[in-house]
Design a protein around this ligand. Structure first.
Ligand SMILES: NC(=O)c1ccc[n+]([C@@H]2O[C@H](COP(=O)([O-])OP(=O)(O)OC[C@H]3O[C@@H](n4cnc5c(N)ncnc54)[C@H](O)[C@@H]3O)[C@@H](O)[C@H]2O)c1
Length: 239
């Protein structure tokens, strides 16, 4: 497959090496200093685009790909207030788009464990639930997109929790997410249920960026000859 990489930072570079290992070629590399090369003509030389830039540029880059008619995978976090617009454009153009707040296969399994644990815990008010996420100091958004997904899964299952907050809280209606920034930390997420007698804790720790990069390349392989809007569950066959 011929891949266009939009965003050639930490993730873009890791994705490039995984893509090459899997027999693909990277035929277009776009970063902030070469944004002028993000043209329909250049995109059409590629089979799929993988976008990892950041919160302020994701929507525009995804839009360029959909307008060019090229399948696009995005992992940029912090732009989801524009989701409806991107979804509309993808449908209008009969395009192909896959977004994941976290491309790691392990994290996507962790999402399922989190949902199941929350279902089991909702009938046990003696346990209080808290979350923690740890990332490197260059991360621009807090809490992480993954922590927000985990928190929203818990809010859906445990009716007493009405919203998440990004600080410690004593309000029983609030779910506390503590964000820590330290180096080096590719990403740790933990959820802890504590009672007077015991604790139950689940933790996912990424050892490197390779897991995210592999998931992004698998996603490009998955969507490049499909039409529609997809997520990691489609790739992993989780219903
Ligand atoms: N979904 C996931 O699994 C996952 C995993 C890791 C990181 N992320 C997210 O991916 C994004 C990138 O992460 P990173 O660690 O590679 O960051 P990074 O800062 O190392 O790289 C981002 C790159 O994008 C470039 N860029 C910025 N604006 C641009 C624009 N308008 N057009 C083209 N390039 C532009 C920057 O110059 C930089 O090289 C962040 O939003 C991060 O939160 C997601």
């Amino acid at each position: 497959m011929k891949i266009a990489l939009i965003g050639y930072g930490k993730m873009g570079k890791t994705i490039e090496s995984i893509a090459l290992e899997r027999g693909h070629t990277v035929d277009l590399k776009i970063d902030i200093d070469s944004i002028g090369d993000l043209t329909k003509e250049n995109l059409l030389q590629c089979d799929a685009a993988i976008e990892f830039t950041g919160p302020h540029s994701a929507k525009e880059n995804i839009t360029s790909c959909l307008n060019a008619g090229i399948p696009v995978v995005s992992g940029s976090t912090g732009w989801l207030e524009d989701w409806a617009e991107v979804e509309y454009l993808c449908k209008e153009k009969n395009g192909s788009f896959l977004y994941a707040s976290n491309f790691s296969v392990g994290v996507n399994i962790f999402f399922e464990v989190n949902k199941k644990l929350a279902q089991l815990m909702k009938g046990h008010p003696g346990y209080s639930v808290t979350m923690e996420e740890i990332h490197h100091t260059q991360k621009k958004d807090a809490p992480s997109g993954t922590a927000i997904t985990l928190a929203e899964q818990i809010l859906q299952e445990i009716p007493v929790k009405k919203k998440w907050v990004n600080n410690e809280t004593v309000d029983p209606q609030e779910l506390s997410i503590i964000s820590k920034r330290e180096d080096p930390a590719p990403g740790t997420h933990s959820i802890k249920y504590s009672s007077a007698v015991d604790d139950i804790e689940i933790i996912h720790t990424a050892h490197s960026r390779n897991g995210f990069a592999l998931g992004a390349v698998l996603a490009a392989e998955y969507i490049y000859n499909k039409k529609g809007i997809f997520n990691m569950k489609d790739i992993l066959g989780i219903s």
